[in-house]
Design a protein around this ligand. Structure first.
Ligand code: TYD
Length: 200
């Protein structure tokens, strides 16, 4: 049976590299797989992404735009693909709003829950791979990037709060998550991904 799988982690955890590998491995097993991302995933969502990643704005606006992009994404892309029997893998989803806007920026957790209820009360990922890594390690990996977006330019303390936000989400609903120690070598992480693919 096809599933909705999301990938999460602080910037620099390596999730995008692992996502591409995971999607290929899943395709080799058979079945149609679509890969998408947030913020983004639709033409309007990609325009919102451009603003969100580059333009200063208030915390509430940031959260609302994240969820506005998500509403389009859920309705236009995720639900139709799942209904058509495809696997959907999204690079980030609502856990990122709880971690970044809630943990990182300090937005009220309950308000985020209300937005989540509004935008996708009837849909949650079947599985979320959370790539967990100490902030120092993530920062070292980001140091190779030529240009950093508005989030990536934040201080270490921000990323510590983001990481704590992810841990809070995992603690609230542990059965939905596979927590992966992303400080390991690429090969060691891939071994864990193989085990996950065999189990789903
Ligand atoms: P990211 O997924 O890391 O893309 P890239 O690998 O191209 O940098 O970038 C998206 C950024 O948006 C990331 O810093 C986290 C942030 N974000 C939020 O703050 N809230 C959200 O709800 C989502 C989906 C992302």
């Amino acid at each position: 049976m096809n599933k909705f799988i999301t990938f999460e982690g602080v910037d620099g955890a390596g999730k995008s590299t692992h996502l591409a590998w995971f999607a290929d491995a899943l395709r080799q097993r058979g079945g149609e797989v679509i890969v998408t991302r947030e913020p983004g995933g639709t033409p309007l969502g990609e325009q919102l992404r451009e603003m969100l990643l580059n333009q200063p704005m208030s915390i509430g606006t940031e959260a609302l735009l994240m969820f506005a992009a998500r509403l389009e994404h859920v309705e236009q892309v995720i639900k139709p693909a799942l209904a058509a029997g495809k696997w959907v893998i999204s690079d980030r989803f609502s856990d990122a709003s709880f971690a970044y806007q809630g943990g990182g920026r300090g937005m009220d957790w309950e308000k985020l829950r209300q937005l989540e209820q509004w935008v996708h009360a009837d849909l949650q990922p079947d599985l979320t791979l959370f790539f967990d890594v100490p902030v120092e390690v993530a920062r070292l990996r980001l140091a190779n990037n030529v240009s950093l977006d508005r989030f990536e330019q934040e201080q270490d303390a921000f990323f510590e709060r983001v990481r704590a936000g992810y841990h809070r989400r995992v603690a609230e609903n542990p059965q939905r998550y596979a927590v992966i120690d992303a400080a390991q070598t690429l090969a060691a992480v891939q071994q864990q991904l193989v085990a996950i693919i065999e189990s789903i």
